[in-house]
Design a protein around this ligand. Structure first.
Ligand code: NDP
Ligand code: X2W
Length: 345
């Protein structure tokens, strides 16, 4: 049984970890932290977990966390990089859901996250945990940087095109939309129902912190120079990301084989579903599931490939992918605890 700790248990990704781990046969949550709710029973805060956990939130305490086999950080940026070196020294394995260890260029990291990086040594050693790209490295890693939600949907959709060198890798476009839970649970007026309901907007159009993460991931996986325009949007729903991706085929004749290229690339991936050509994946088809579902499109006489990619930001975009990484790190079947299909309608 893997003894699990969660730092940041009251947030949206924290409670999603708890929901998934509640039925995971090989993992047991033994420590869950919250500074604001220390002492409160988990099931009192989250009634969906009544009967599943006899556990209360506690103050973050590195000594207690060091008794775990694996610790998930579900905290804002800047927390893990300060707390985890002690856990590393104690031999604990860590999956960090925040962005602290995702970028290799720490000047770029400091520019986007507005603080200097405090653990450069571990930033270098961390493995970027997109299993569809880095499965073997994840297996042996002590520290896994769980990818961001938008970067997961965007990278998976572009990967087959770039790895096969079929498109102009310098002129990619990712037009992505997210539900409000992507912004976390900590009160932000701009995220209230009354502020986002009946409305739809782009944000971060002149630059978003996920841009360097997407570029780095695609560049590493394909070894090609990558130029990408990424614009996120906020839509009035709770969970889900849809990313519509555009890339220009170098040779329009390649359209014939694109569907096969995608199907072959993901044939053995348990959490990527390539739908028939011309389908429209819906976010509700992945709600609560650790699935990235995608489909390809072509408009008449065009050499632009359109990929529509959907995930649940809290599952494949965060907690589900984190548990997938844990399964890989502990040599468990990768789908363990993640088999449930999406909730529909
Ligand atoms: N929401 C999403 O869809 C996704 C989120 N992520 C990332 O995962 C991380 C968590 O996100 P999310 O769950 O949405 O965030 P929330 O804001 O909902 O929750 C943050 C949690 O961290 C705790 N926390 C805050 N500050 C500290 C601190 N200094 N030390 C210890 N604990 C702290 C909070 O509890 P308390 O203050 O009581 O201690 C709370 O439990 C973030 O880095 C986020 O960017 C990644 C992918 C998707
Ligand atoms: C809707 C919304 O605000 N989304 C968040 C991204 C979601 C997220 O959690 O980003 P990380 O995966 O990098 O932590 C944002 O745009 O900042």
């Amino acid at each position: 049984m893997i003894k699990v700790g969660i730092v940041g248990g009251t947030g949206y990704t924290g409670v999603e970890l708890l929901r998934i781990l509640a039925v995971h046969p090989d993992a047991e949550v033994s420590c869950i932290t919250s500074r604001s709710e220390a002492g409160l029973a988990v099931a009192e805060m989250y009634p969906n977990l009544r009967g599943h956990y006899d556990l209360a939130f506690s103050e973050p305490d590195v000594a207690k966390l060091a008794a775990c086999d694996l610790v998930f950080f579900a905290t804002p940026h800047g927390v893990a990089m300060r707390m985890m070196p002690e856990l590393m020294a104690a031999g604990v394995r860590v999956v960090d859901l925040s962005a602290d260890f995702r970028l290799k260029d720490l000047d770029v990291w400091a520019q986007w996250y507005g603080m200097p990086h405090e653990s450069p040594e571990w930033a270098e050693k961390a493995v970027y945990g997109l299993p569809e790209v880095a499965r073997e490295a994840i297996r042996g890693a002590q520290l896994v940087a769980n990818p961001g939600c938008y970067p997961t949907a965007v990278q998976l959709g572009f990967l087959p095109l770039l790895e096969s060198d079929l498109v102009d890798s310098t002129r990619l476009i990712a037009d992505a939309k997210s539900g409000a839970s992507g912004a976390g649970r900590q009160g932000k007026i701009g995220m209230l129902h009354g502020e986002i309901g009946e409305s739809f907007k782009a944000y971060g159009a002149s630059g978003h912190r996920h841009l360097p993460e997407i570029r780095q991931g695609l560049q590493q996986a394909s070894k090609l120079p990558v130029g990408v325009t990424f614009v996120p949007h906020l839509i009035p729903m709770i969970r889900g990301i849809e990313a519509t991706l555009y890339a220009e085929l170098t040779n329009a004749g390649d359209f014939e084989r694109l569907q096969r290229v995608f199907e072959n690339r993901f044939r053995n991936e348990p959490f990527v579903d390539v739908m028939p050509f011309g389908s429209h994946p819906e976010t509700r088809s992945v709600r609560g599931a650790n699935t990235c579902r995608m489909a390809l499109h072509r408009q008449e006489n065009s050499n632009i490939v359109i990929v529509s990619s959907v995930i649940d930001n809290l599952v494949k975009g965060a907690a589900g992918q984190a548990v997938q990484n844990m399964n890989i790190m502990f040599d468990l079947p990768e789908t363990r605890g993640l088999e449930a299909p999406a909730l529909l309608p």
